[in-house]
Design a protein around this ligand. Structure first.
Ligand code: BGC
Length: 334
């Protein structure tokens, strides 16, 4: 029932030259332990019992803090909070209330995961609570091209074998927002995820073009390789190049949407969320691909340009809310 604070390191050279001190927070109960950093409000580790008195880390991490800011490595967004708008915005532009906004482009002509300096590269302000840490951030009007001064927060809290992640945002002018977490899960604690099984309760997916921009709108998953409604070992999927797709999860409101299982150990993780979609991504572009799977709960990609895909706008007086929980079971857990 503690939060331990530690200094992780300094990014960017000498003090006074824009250096950033990074601080880590270890939130632990008698079942699971979570390490989060103020850099990117990042989930750096999530340890569960290994069944023989030790612990196993279920998320990928970089070897040290410098990798989280390194221009190449940071493109993996390991464990980071993604914003202001997760996933792609086509052409790095959108029109809101008749005004056109240009965003920083960082994936060819398109805007990915909040742009050149996304929320993953910012040092958030931490507030410690009982078995929880809340990170807050102000993104100024014009940050990466977005309109409105956005005040965002993400709370990491533990409840038994459950990690809860709760996001909030408010704005002083109309804007778009889509926050998510980019943890790379591997319930074996390392190696390939080929023998892990996934279920995603999604009848529909969003076909995309070569640049991963949605085209054609919501489409049934029947007879596609994006049908994960029954437990599916990932090996066949990986042999076909893995997955990097947006699945539209069934139902509305807070509900269970996905389960990841590692049959050899019996370890599992159930994801519940109030979001309409999951970007399911099997770490295809990491140096060692297919060593983890991301389940990025979110709004639809490019919804600022394709409003028929769902909501994306936040207006003054409204509060953006997003809640996702990860519940673990298996050896050493109830
Ligand atoms: C995207 C991938 C991308 C990865 C890391 C995922 O959300 O869909 O295409 O490579 O994030 O940036």
């Amino acid at each position: 029932m503690t939060v331990e604070v530690s200094s992780i390191g300094r990014l960017g050279g000498d003090p006074g030259s824009g250096a950033l001190d990074v601080t880590g927070y270890l939130i632990a109960n008698d079942l699971i332990a979570v390490e989060v950093w103020d850099l990117g409000a990042t989930l750096v580790a999530l340890a569960v019992p290994d069944g023989s008195g030790g612990r196993v880390d279920t998320v990928l991490r970089h070897p040290d803090v410098a990798h989280y800011a390194d221009p190449d490595d940071r493109r993996g967004y390991l464990g980071a909070t993604i914003g202001r708008y997760a996933n792609r915005i086509a052409g790095s532009r959108f029109v809101l209330d008749g005004r056109s906004y240009s965003l920083t482009a960082n994936e060819g002509p398109n805007h990915l995961h909040g742009g050149r300096v996304g929320f993953d590269q910012r040092v958030w302000v931490a507030t410690i609570g009982d078995e929880e840490v809340t990170f807050s951030l102000v993104s100024d009007d014009g940050d990466q091209g977005y309109p409105g001064r956005l005040t965002a927060s993400v709370r990491y809290g533990l409840l038994g074998p459950t990690l809860e992640i709760e996001y909030r945002a408010t704005t002083d002018a109309p804007t778009v927002v889509n926050l998510t977490n980019h943890a790379y899960w591997n319930l074996a604690g390392g190696g390939s995820i080929a023998d892990q099984e996934i279920v995603v309760a999604a009848d529909r997916w969003l076909p995309v073009d070569d640049a991963s921009i949605p085209i054609d709108g919501p489409t049934a998953v029947d007879r596609t390789r994006f049908d994960f409604r029954q437990p599916t070992r990932l090996d066949d999927t990986l042999a076909l190049g893995g997955v990097d797709q947006c699945l539209l999860v069934d139902g509305q409101g807070f509900r269970d949407v996905a389960t990841l299982t590692h049959p050899p150990t019996g370890r599992s993780m159930v994801v519940a969320t109030d979001q309409p979609a999951i970007q399911l991504y099997t770490a295809n572009h990491l140096d060692t691909p297919y060593t983890a799977v991301c389940l990025e709960t979110q709004r639809a990609p490019d919804a600022p340009n394709q409003p028929e895909l769902g909501p994306s706008v936040l207006r003054p007086g409204e509060t953006y809310r997003h809640r996702t929980i990860h519940t673990f079971a298996g050896p050493g857990l109830p």
